[in-house]
Design a protein around this ligand. Structure first.
Ligand SMILES: [Fe+2]
Ligand SMILES: [Fe+2]
Length: 330
């Protein structure tokens, strides 16, 4: 180890040791905090692989955090994204950290997806992140609550997509008993891409604070079909994922769009996606409305718009979220 120090600790940020996967090369310098008073010392240079033995030695010394320079954050995040599934599987990584990586990583990918929705590379990145998200939900029973606590309170289409994906995967397990990883990945991908068609709607319409006129509303209503068309131009979506992108604005009473389906003609996963979609929109701050507390949102859905939803599923969703104060700011 060299003793090359970083001038001030504000130049670095901590990362969990479990992120550095043995056998991989992270293209960033890694620092360690040593001595009394503690100083930052260069531990490993970029391009030097981390070995299992080095990791064990660090663990024996009680080191659980390493440090990366702020200016290297982009390279560091690329490394995390490349190795995300192995990192999530790592037994050393605590649940809360796993959820943070998945939430932040998914948000980062979705920003790029909305900027460049026709990129095949971005689509692969989304699929990988969804895989990691499903793994964390399957591995950590309290993953949803960690994620809900860190979820953004301001509404952005990209974070909304991440939130819907996470809640939909967790609720599909809990309410529909879906446990196999492949199905959960398809569900998660549908949630993540459900509003991708909005990338083709001008921001002035999407973020309009006042009421939309008929023409503007028609434009918004195109987004499910536009989304399906857009994604199918890049990759072949599974029936499950496509059903969610296409159907998440159908209403149980037949008043929704684009197909005006009603009742059980809407698949149960799609019926669940409509619940999760409205719940997340209500609990985040919009240009035209404040964020509602979870119980207020659920009450509103049960009393003011019950005809939109499958009552049994909505009641199940309320019971599922009920015991927790989901995402309530401290
Ligand atoms: Fe939508
Ligand atoms: Fe949505």
């Amino acid at each position: 180890m060299t003793t090359q120090a970083v001038e001030a600790s504000s130049e670095v940020f901590p990362i969990p040791l479990a992120i550095m996967q043995p056998g991989t090369v992270a293209p960033v310098n890694i620092y360690i905090r040593i001595g009394r008073p503690p100083v930052m010392s260069l531990y490993k240079t970029a391009q030097t692989p981390l070995s299992e033995e080095v990791r064990e030695r660090l663990l024996e010394r009680g080191v659980s955090e390493l440090y990366v320079r702020r200016e290297d954050e982009g390279h560091y995040l690329d490394y995390v994204e490349r190795n995300i599934e192995d990192i999530i599987r790592d037994e050393l990584l605590p649940a809360e950290q796993a959820c943070r990586l998945v939430y932040k990583g998914s948000s980062r990918v979705m920003i790029d997806v909305f900027e460049n929705p026709r990129s095949g590379r971005n689509m692969k990145r989304v699929q990988k992140m969804v895989g990691a998200m499903v793994l964390s939900i399957m591995k950590h029973h309290d993953a949803l609550w960690h994620i809900a606590a860190m979820a953004a309170h301001d509404y952005y289409t990209y974070t909304h997509c991440v939130n819907v994906s996470v809640f939909l995967v967790a609720a599909s397990r809990e309410l529909l008993g879906i446990e196999d990883e492949k199905s959960l990945r398809r569900i998660g991908l549908g949630g993540m891409l459900h509003d991708i068609g909005k990338s083709q709607v001008p921001d002035e319409i999407l973020n309009k604070p006042g009421k939309l006129d008929a023409e503007e509303f028609d434009r918004i209503k195109e987004h499910p079909l536009v989304g399906v068309e857009l994604v199918n131009g890049i990759t072949k979506l599974s029936r499950v994922s496509e059903g969610i992108v296409r159907g998440h604005h159908e209403h149980f009473d037949g008043s929704g769009y684009p197909d005006g389906l009603s009742g059980e003609r809407i698949g149960r996963l799609v019926r669940l996606s409509t619940i999760v979609d409205v719940y997340d929109a209500l609990t985040t701050r919009r240009a035209y409305a404040d964020a509602r507390k979870p119980f207020e949102a659920l009450e509103l859905m049960l009393t003011k718009m019950p005809e939109q939803f499958d009552r049994t599923l909505l009641e199940g969703f309320v019971r599922f979220l009920g015991p927790r104060e989901v995402g309530v700011e401290a």
